[in-house]
Structure formats: C-alpha cells, structure tokens
Design a protein around this ligand. Structure first.
Ligand code: R5P
Length: 286
C-alpha cells in the first residue's frame, strides 16, 4: 500500500505511512493558467493506495477527487480515502424543505474511491451515503492521552451527543464523567440547562467532536466556572474556530484548548494519524 497526499499534508501523510509501515508519496499539485488544478502521481503505485483527502476549504475537495483519479491512473486498483475531517456532516438532513443534504452530496462525489476512513464524524450514520466500505475511527484515545498529567478530575460532554466521547476519555483517565444538556438558540448561541454535575473546586475537561464557532464550549466553560469549577481544559477532535472562536473560548475562561490536526490550527497539538491508521487497518484487505 502507498499513502498519497497533496504536498500541504505531507507531514500527516508521512506519519500515517509510518504508522501503517508503508511508503508515502507527496504530490505537488499545480494550476493551469485558468486557475484549475492539475495533479500527477509520477511513481507507479502498487495495487492499493490510500489518499489523504482534506475537504476543507471547499477547494480541497477538488484536490482530493483529482488525487483519487490520479492514483488509479498511476496503477492503484483499490483506492481508499483517509479523510481527517468529514466536512458538511452537520447538514446530514434537510431541516427545511428544499435544503441540500450536504454530506450526502459530498459523499456521493467521493464515492469514486473504493473505501473511506474518517475520524469522529458528527453523525456516523451519514457515512451510509458513501457507496463503498466506510470506517469511523476515533481520536479519543489520543485526546485522552493528551489530557494525562493535567490533573483532570472529571470529564464532561457539553451536550448529550458527546456523552460517549466523555465517557471513553474519563475511562482512560480513571475519573468521573457526566454530560450537560444544551439547547441551541442560533448558529452561534447555545444555552446550557441547569445541571447537577459535581464540578465545584474541580479541574474539568470538556470533550466534544467539534468546535466551530466555539459557542458550545464557551457557554459550557462559563457555566462550569460560574458553578465553582476550578479550571477548564477544552478538547475536541476538530477545531474549525470560526468567527473568533479561540478568543471566545479564552474570554470564557478556558485554561487550555487542545485539538487534533484533522483541521490544522495554531492549537493542533494532537496528531490524527494514529486514528486514521487504526481506521485504515480495519478496512478489508481487498
Ligand atoms: C453539535 O452537536 C456538535 O457536537 C458541537 O457541539 C457543535 O457543532 C459545536 O458548534 P459550535 O462550536 O459552533 O457551538
């Protein structure tokens, strides 16, 4: 097997290849004068290729599709996609008549690959829109390890959807876990309902799949500090940090923010490569 990445993701590709014990090919994509992308994989590939495919920003989707096609042209008979962040997965149904089911549209386009591995997708069931085999891996083991030695006394999910993630991280750390109940008021605003989690005087880790505007984590942080928590560490797999989310989190009193490099950012201190490697190993060998 060969891991193929666009040059921007060389480091992640090399880490993934090393975790899988395979070769890595970094592809320098170019542009035609009209701005359209061009990709060529020069070395001949053996029968299996894994393309690391970013879906963010939108333009990366095109690069990902070109790399899948180039991998076949270069000789791969089976091409799997390793997608660190499954973008658009929160629009997994039409909430209003006439809305696009965005994740379905995206996964149908990506079905030019034979298999897809992703990490902590918002709704794993959405992967059914992909034509081939899919694996939803998780970076919670790496997140849990990054929280060791930080004196975490309880792990909380900011909403019910993240409850199992908080439980898994707490199990690793050997501490208590709980979840809050969140009500979304708008795209940027949420309300956290009153709770009876035991947080007073404690160091709490808040764990979620994604930080987008930071509204969820900032509101939960502020609430827990108001309830007497001593310190809050915020951790998530995917850090989008839209609309000044990092500042919003700092202003709310989060002591530390930890995310993976599934979406590269200034606070991406955890590699997503081990999760992608675990997922890739779960794919059938043919
Ligand atoms: C929602 O259910 C997700 O797990 C996240 O809590 C949410 O998407 C985070 O969005 P934001 O940072 O904009 O509150």
């Amino acid at each position: 097997m060969t891991v193929v990445t666009a040059d921007e993701r060389r480091e992640l590709g090399e880490e993934l290849a090393s975790a899988l014990g395979t070769d890595h090919v970094g592809v320098q994509t170019q542009r035609f004068p009209d701005g359209e992308r061009y990709a060529r994989i020069e070395p001949q590939l053996d029968d299996r290729a894994t393309v690391v495919g970013d879906l963010r920003p939108d333009e990366s989707v095109v690069t990902t599709l070109l790399l899948v096609d180039a991998a076949r042209e270069a000789g791969a008979t089976t091409v799997s996609l390793a997608v660190p962040y499954l973008a658009y997965s929160r629009q997994d149904r039409a909430f209003e008549p006439g809305e696009a089911v965005s994740v379905r549209a995206l996964l149908q386009a990506l079905s030019s690959a034979d298999a897809l591995v992703t990490v902590d997708p918002h709704t794993p069931a959405a992967l059914d829109h992909f034509d081939g085999t899919t694996v939803a891996a998780t970076a919670m083991p790496e997140i849990a390890r990054s929280l060791e030695d930080r004196g975490i006394e309880a792990v909380l999910a900011p909403d019910e959807g993240a409850r199992d993630r908080a439980r898994d991280v707490a199990q690793h750390l050997g501490c208590a876990h709980d979840h809050l109940v969140k009500e979304r008021k708008s795209a940027r605003e949420v309300e956290i309902h009153p709770h009876d989690a035991d947080v007073a005087g404690r160091t709490i880790a808040l764990v979620d799949d994604i930080i987008a505007t930071g509204g969820t984590m900032a509101t939960a942080t502020r609430q827990l500090l108001d309830d007497g928590a001593d310190r809050i560490v915020v951790a998530a797999t995917h850090g989008i940090f839209a609309d000044g989310a990092l500042k919003r989190l700092e202003d709310a009193g989060a002591e530390e923010i930890l995310v993976t490099d599934a979406i590269p950012s200034s606070v991406s201190r955890i590699s997503v490569a081990p999760a992608l490697a675990r997922g890739t190993r779960r794919l059938p060998s043919r």
